[in-house]
Write a protein that binds this ligand. Structure first.
Ligand SMILES: *Cc1c(COP(=O)(O)O)cnc(C)c1O
Length: 397
């Protein structure tokens, strides 16, 4: 059965992903089952998407009840789920207003447009350049792949967009010398870099970035698409650093698997988006908003995030003990349940051994094993993966 599906899929789907030969059929909590009935513990969670675990009963109920009531109407009208979701997101964050999109890249695209429009409306038309970080990841649309500070993502897509400058992450002096308030409208960054290798900045870096933006009247955009919604042990990663951005983008975990993106901003910034300036047919449609509303309600109760924070601390300790034991491990990094294990060798074979043994993990930047399980993970489940890694690494030495 699964062999046939893989063969058929490889004939009809664009070849943009190097897939592992597994056909997943169902999930529950941190467990996934393939079409042969084999169970796996999931340390990828759809890439930091299913923070509440698979097939969460509350989210499933919210989806099915809303599906029977109203799936979609145009943004020419008002709906209750969209209004309630935006209200909750603004209550729980620095922001006053929300624009809904369908993905992370679209939310970032909206933030790029908003930052430019903000200064255009002020009559500062030359102020349209955006500074982003080397090794950042912001998406795959033309504007967001331009914003992304990784050459491999831009290969073959020239010409990219005008108006982006890049500086090393976690280097305030580099940012200071690059930022020119006569042309720079915004600084855009991930508070903790995800795809670029789980890179946590120095404790005061983001505060210094905030101050530089304040001193120069530059907008600060946080891409919290991966770090947001409990992943780092707080609802939003910026809360760790005692500052807030002017614009923040969310997606991934917001719908626990349903496609939704959001751009949040302070009132005076969002002012620049008036009728006709930006739009999305599906953005904020009632079905996905009902699911996301349930997700944010559950996360706001704090219990799931607290579990994730504790599990992350425990997990990191276990990874540190592996590092003590195995020379092939160069570094353990991350915060909350956004964790990475940097190896001195390529990680793909370890990922393969893991899935053969019933564990789903992934590898970024060739050498970094990434662990981003659902926040509801139990320590006993972490122990099982650590044992498995211990076993695999032991055989390598
Ligand atoms: C995943 C991700 C994106 C892109 O989101 P899509 O929904 O795939 O478009 C953008 N920024 C960050 C930090 C991400 O992790």
């Amino acid at each position: 059965m699964s062999k046939n599906i893989i063969k058929q899929s490889d004939q009809v789907i664009a070849k943009t992903y190097a897939r592992f030969p597994i056909v997943f059929e169902k999930g529950s909590g941190c467990t996934l089952w393939d079409s042969n009935g084999k169970a796996y513990l999931d340390f990828v969670a759809g890439i930091a998407v299913c923070n509440l675990g698979h097939a969460h009963p509350g989210v499933a109920k919210a989806i099915s009840e809303q599906a029977e009531k109203l799936v979609h109407v145009s943004n020419l009208y008002y709906t209750i789920p969209q209004t309630e979701l935006a209200t909750l997101l603004t209550e729980k964050s620095f922001a006053d207003r929300v624009f809904f999109a369908n993905s992370g890249a679209e939310a970032n695209e909206a933030s790029i447009k908003l930052a430019r429009k903000y200064y255009s409306d002020k009559g500062e038309k030359g102020r349209h350049r955006i500074i982003t970080m080397e090794k950042s990841f912001h998406g795959r649309t033309m504007a967001t792949l331009t914003a992304t500070g990784q050459d491999k993502i831009k290969q073959g897509f020239s010409p990219v967009l005008e108006g982006f400058d890049y500086v090393p992450f976690n280097d305030i002096e580099a940012l200071k010398s690059r930022l020119d308030p006569s042309v720079t409208c915004a600084v855009m960054l991930e508070p903790v870099q995800g795809e670029g290798g789980i890179r946590v900045p120095a404790p005061d870096y983001l505060k210094q970035v905030r101050k530089l933006c304040d001193d120069t009247g530059t907008l600060l955009i946080f891409d919290e698409i991966q770090t947001g919604l409990g992943r780092t042990g707080k609802l939003f990663a910026y809360e760790h650093f005692g500052i807030a951005p002017d614009i923040m983008t969310l997606a991934k975990a917001l719908g626990n698997g349903l496609p939704i993106g959001a751009m949040l901003a302070k009132d005076h910034v969002m002012e620049a988006f008036g009728p006709g300036s930006h739009a999305s047919t599906f953005g904020g449609t009632p079905l996905v908003c009902a699911a996301a509303l349930e997700v944010v309600k559950i996360l706001s109760q704090g219990r799931v995030i607290e579990n994730g924070r504790k599990a992350g601390a425990y997990f990191k300790e276990q990874l540190m003990s592996l590092k003590e034991k195995y020379n092939v491990i160069e570094d353990v990094r991350g915060i909350g349940l956004l964790l990475g294990l940097k190896l001195k060798i390529k990680g793909v074979d370890i990922v393969k051994s893991c899935y053969e043994k019933g564990f789903i993990i992934n590898c970024i930047q060739d050498k970094i094993l990434r662990f981003i399980p659902p926040l509801v993970i139990a320590t006993e489940e972490i122990d099982r993966l650590v044992e498995c890694l211990d076993d695999i690494l032991g055989k390598l030495e």
